[in-house]
Write a protein that binds this ligand. Structure first.
Ligand code: GLN
Length: 314
């Protein structure tokens, strides 16, 4: 009996050590451990096997009811969010800069599309509000929050400077800056960037990195693709931009350009989050609750697959 129980418990522990996210996964682990226990149990009395199975199913049951509590907490945060003045008109007005594939770009129908747009639409659905997306310059997003727009989703990195003006949701994606260079370039380390002509999108974390590079001549653009075109035309030595758009842009010109991981240049990792009016805590908790539900119900992973993993540059 001890052996059987130990097997059941080790299955459950393996799950928690491996970080199985949901209660459903814990339940699954418990029941598969129970199955393993049952087959291991040849030679053990039938009542011991039954007891082990009961233990497994009660652990699974507890895990399932914990999930129920999480989602009822999420539900009350969502209900509370509706008292935010941002949602009082029943519409979440969202600012983005639709020139940052695969997170946002102009879709075939002429409207903003991409991972961020799909994610904020799904959040709006959980909150029970309409979502309206406005395309604007990246550099005006933060100052437009609370007046022209309610929130911004734009592959926006959480920074201490921005946090002085806006609040952020929980992070939803990890990123890092990449360096795009001509295909035959020998640029490979942070020192190599000193004194060069470097391009970036205005007001982005790539811009802030260039500000700190000794002797660099900085050229800023409203659209990152314009910086990439100037790199192709020989007007720049390198462009610094987030990983995923860098990969998309380079894939279009792979004979001319290459993208180098910013970790080779000691750039820090960054977190994308949704920016919203500073200290609108009910909205923040509601958005976080919606995000959590989308992660638990599999929507988040589905969107990553659809928009990021399967993004095609054409
Ligand atoms: N992640 C970068 C930033 O927050 C760039 C975002 C963007 O250009 N859309 O500054």
């Amino acid at each position: 009996m001890k052996k059987v129980l130990a097997l059941v418990l080790s299955g459950i522990m393996a799950c928690s050590l491996a970080g199985c996210g949901s209660a459903a996964e814990t339940g699954e682990a418990a029941s598969s451990a129970a199955n393993a226990a049952v087959s291991e149990a040849a030679g053990v009395s039938a009542s011991d096997v039954k007891a082990a199975a009961d233990t497994a199913s009660s652990v699974a049951g507890e895990a399932m009811s914990a999930a129920g509590e999480v989602s009822s907490d999420a539900q009350s945060a969502i209900t509370a969010a509706l008292s935010s003045s941002a949602l009082s008109d029943g519409t979440l007005t969202v600012g983005t800069n639709a020139a940052f594939p695969p997170f946002e770009y102009i879709g075939d129908d002429g409207n903003p599309d991409g991972f961020d747009i799909a994610l904020i639409n799904a959040i709006g659905e959980k909150l029970g509000v309409k979502v309206e997306v406005q395309d604007m310059e990246f550099d005006s997003l933060v100052t437009s929050i609370g007046n022209k727009i309610d929130v911004a989703i734009a592959g926006m990195t959480v920074t201490d400077e921005r946090k002085q003006q806006v609040s952020f949701s929980d992070p939803y994606y990890e990123a890092v800056q990449y360096v795009i260079v001509p295909a035959d370039s020998t640029i490979a380390t942070a020192d190599d960037l000193k004194g060069l002509k470097l391009g970036c999108q205005l007001g982005t974390t790539g811009n802030f990195i260039i500000d700190e590079i000794d002797g660099a001549t900085e050229q800023t653009y409203d659209k990152a693709i314009d910086a990439v075109n100037d790199l192709i035309n020989g007007k720049l030595d390198a462009v610094i931009i987030d990983k995923n758009p860098a990969e998309v842009f380079v894939s279009k010109y792979s004979d001319k350009l290459k993208a180098i991981d910013g970790k080779d240049f000691d750039f820090d990792t960054e977190d994308y989050a949704i920016a919203m009016p500073k200290d609108d805590t009910v909205l923040q908790l509601g958005v976080n609750a919606a995000l959590e539900l989308l992660k638990t119900d599999g929507t988040y992973d589905k969107l990553v697959e659809q928009y990021i993993a399967n993004y095609s540059a054409d």
